[in-house]
Design a protein around this ligand. Structure first.
Ligand code: GLC
Length: 485
């Protein structure tokens, strides 16, 4: 039996310890899915994946026991920085937390103060790499995610040449959201002793963690095949399209999965009534329950349109508000759940004021209500301007709510027009409203609608398929390593 392949998985957040957005869902699921792969599915070796997170003050540690594993210091021009590594096990997954002044001193996961984030994440990325030496655990692969941990890939590339311990390690960087490249970290780079190397990045990318990480990474993964192609073009490449195109052979697209145990209409305790493809009629009780809970008229025949989303220009929520106004002459109800941009929050509340009998704008975070909306709504709207992968559309399908989405990124890869949902091209309220009209007219045909629902509910969005593809990329990195050592 070949030895396990060791992978250190780095992220700023991971459910259930700390979650702000989609990255937290992925980092909370993918490491365990990778560990669960059999040797055959993982390319001949099982995977010893371990997750490493900053010990943010907001990290929830109930249900796990932290034990101090090792302590070490990270060299810095202004004096060494002391770091402690705590270890825990969660459902069989080893998890490490790094505690140190730059991490402990910021209350939130992401702060409005760019220089605090620069300090925290530059430190965490470098300390994570250094920690492996002190843990007596030498991973073959460092798997970083987004700008927060990207610097680990950069540091590895620069430092492994002269370092016996790091020499064999390879890195992979997953891009969950390319426009978020992180704050300027020139001061941190200088403090940690990096002399700016000549990169082939555009000049403005040289002080930013995500571009530097992409430069250093041995493989780059975008969270859907379509997004992996889009980031090679000016429309979605954010100025890095030429650089990324030069590395196109190292750029992969792997669709995220969803946690199919947590999001299961057959067992979800938040629902009015559990159901499956076999008992889809019971779904009706969830619609009635949702309408009752939100004090909307209990109208079984009226389509309930929903959004479960950050209120954010990326998600195109402004288009939803306008599109609903265009649909004034039709029968529908709308339930909008989410918080975010204060201006969009105000617009959501205004919509409810203008349509008191049919719109509910729930401007808050409520995971239970989210699931009740997936189970009780008929149509999930996702008019994203760009969407690297998107999770809500997959959850909605699993619960039998039919997605109406813009044809971009992961939405293209998860939804088939007329089979599992409806797509539209232009990021405009007009196009969204036309797609909604199409959906609402099919909704009128009960059999056709149920066929759409059942097809969506039968799609397999479990993590296993994604995990296998990641394992393939890991294996390809090791093969290439033999050639370059
Ligand atoms: C980001 C992207 C989203 C993706 C998630 C997880 O939040 O905006 O599309 O699903 O990361 O990868």
């Amino acid at each position: 039996m070949p030895e396990k392949l060791k992978i250190l998985f780095l992220a700023a957040e991971a459910d259930p310890f700390v979650k702000v957005g989609g990255l937290g869902d992925v980092a909370g699921s993918l490491p365990a899915a990778l560990r669960a792969l059999s040797a055959e599915s993982a390319g001949g070796q099982t995977l010893d994946v371990r997750l490493m997170l900053p010990l943010h003050p907001v990290v929830r540690t109930d249900g796990i026991t932290l034990r101090l594993e090792t302590a070490f210091s990270v060299a810095h021009a202004a004096g060494e920085i002391q770091a402690k590594v705590y270890a825990a096990e969660w459902d069989g997954l080893p998890v490490y937390f790094i505690s140190a002044e730059p991490v402990n001193s910021v209350q939130t996961v992401y702060s409005a103060n760019a220089s605090l984030d620069a300090e925290k994440y530059a430190f965490f990325s470098l300390a994570a790499l250094e920690a492996t030496r002190h843990l007596g655990w030498q991973p073959e692969i460092i798997h970083a995610n987004d700008w927060h941990t990207a610097l680990a890939c950069y540091a590895l590339k620069l430092r492994r040449k002269g370092d016996e311990f790091l020499r064999g390690m390879r890195s992979l960087l997953t891009i969950h959201n390319l426009p978020f490249m992180g704050p300027n970290i020139s001061a941190q780079l200088a403090g940690y002793g990096f002399e700016a190397p000549a990169t082939d990045l555009p000049w403005w990318g040289n002080p930013l963690p995500l571009p530097l990480g992409l430069w250093g990474a041995d493989a780059i993964v975008a969270v859907s095949p379509t997004y992996a192609r889009e980031i090679l073009t000016p429309a979605a490449g954010c100025g890095l399209e030429t650089f990324l195109s030069g590395r196109a052979l190292q750029v992969f697209g792997i669709l995220n999965g969803i946690d199919t145990r947590r999001f299961d209409p057959q067992t979800d305790p938040a629902l009015e009534k559990n159901y499956s493809t076999q008992t889809i009629k019971a779904r009706q009780a969830n619609k009635a329950g949702l309408q009752r809970q939100l004090k909307l008229p209990e109208a079984p025949g009226m389509p309930v349109l929903a959004t479960v989303s950050r209120l954010d220009p990326q998600k195109g929520m402004d288009l939803v508000f306008d599109a609903l106004r265009y649909l004034d002459g039709l029968d529908w109800q709308a339930v909008l759940l989410g918080t975010g941009d204060p201006e969009l929050e105000t617009q959501a509340r205004m919509l409810q004021k203008d349509f008191p009998n049919r719109v509910r704008a729930e401007v808050r975070f409520d995971a239970r209500l989210a699931n009740r909306i997936y189970a009780g709504s008929d149509i999930l709207m996702m008019p994203s301007r760009y969407e690297p992968c998107g999770l809500s559309q997959m959850i909605a399908m699993r619960y039998g709510s039919v997605p109406v989405v813009r044809a971009t990124g992961g939405l293209v890869d998860t939804i088939r027009e007329g089979e599992t949902g409806f797509l539209f091209a232009e990021p405009s309220a007009e196009s969204l409203s036309l797609a909604l009209r199409r959906a609402i007219s099919v909704f009128g045909d009960k059999d056709a609608w149920q066929a759409l629902q059942l097809k969506g509910m039968s799609r397999d969005f479990s993590w296993e398929a994604s995990a296998r593809q990641y394992a393939e990329v890991y294996q390809s990195l090791l093969k290439r390593r033999v050639n370059t050592l």
